[in-house]
Design a protein around this ligand. Structure first.
Ligand code: DX5
Ligand code: ZN
Length: 222
């Protein structure tokens, strides 16, 4: 179990006509992070949120805003998201052939840096960057939509990443965040494998009582 677990509810499954209510749910439930899924209809077949939405959310919450960019040419959006008030900016390793430049660009804005990896991308793609980033976002579904099932092979991938980070003495420096199909019933397995942060979209926002669900995630991680 991580000693500093955090839940990042994904507002992708919230009511987009009332994002204030999603923030209130996160506040009342005690979630630490807000996960924002940015999709460009090119890297993934869906179109969602851009910097203006982050800009509107920023003054309404002190929560850590975790921006997950599922976009091609991520370098073009780094500064707009940084200016809008993101705390952590994550890009996909599959979306660029210049990851080092994007890492440096994100750092130059003063924000934290994450790299995300799709379920079928070899973990070796991450190897060169572990010592330069704050977080690895491990996708446990194909990115693009909420409400999909957790891919069981992810558990072993989380273990491998944790092992590599530990070998490099980076386990306290680089967080592992897991995204896709996270439910109360599988959260413990994912945490035991080495996750520090869990993203949960449909489990939280499709629930009758989302606040209680958030609280239950934290109880489970105690
Ligand atoms: C999928 C997104 C996820 C999504 C998770 O591409 O990155 O963050 O919102 O939703 P659930 O928890 O419903 O799988
Ligand atoms: Zn996401």
């Amino acid at each position: 179990m991580p000693n500093n677990f955090k839940l990042a509810p994904s507002i992708l499954s919230a009511d987009f006509s009332n994002l204030q209510s999603a923030l209130t749910i996160c506040e009342k439930g005690g979630a630490d992070w807000i996960h924002v899924d940015v999709m460009d209809n090119q890297f993934v077949p869906n179109l969602t949120i851009g910097p203006p939405v982050i800009k509107s959310l920023r003054p309404k919450t002190n929560k850590f805003i975790d921006v997950h960019m599922m976009v091609i040419e991520p370098e073009k959006l780094v500064e707009p998201f940084a200016r809008a008030g993101a705390d952590l900016i994550t890009f996909h390793i599959e979306a660029t052939n210049k990851p080092k430049e994007i890492i440096d660009l994100i750092k130059s804005t003063g924000k934290q840096v994450g790299i995300s990896i799709k379920p079928s991308t070899p973990l070796s793609e991450l190897e060169l960057f572990y010592d330069q980033i704050d977080l690895v976002l491990v996708m446990s579904v194909e990115p693009g939509f909420g409400g999909q099932g957790y891919i069981p092979e992810t558990t072993e991938r989380i273990r491998s990443i944790k092992q590599r980070l530990t070998e490099e003495c980076l386990q306290d420096q680089v967080l592992i965040e897991v995204d896709g199909g996270i439910k109360l019933h599988n959260a413990k397995i994912v945490l035991d494998a080495g996750a520090d942060i869990l993203v949960a979209g449909s489990e939280v926002f499709n629930a009758k009582d989302p606040i209680q669900i958030i609280k239950k995630f934290y109880k489970l991680a105690e």
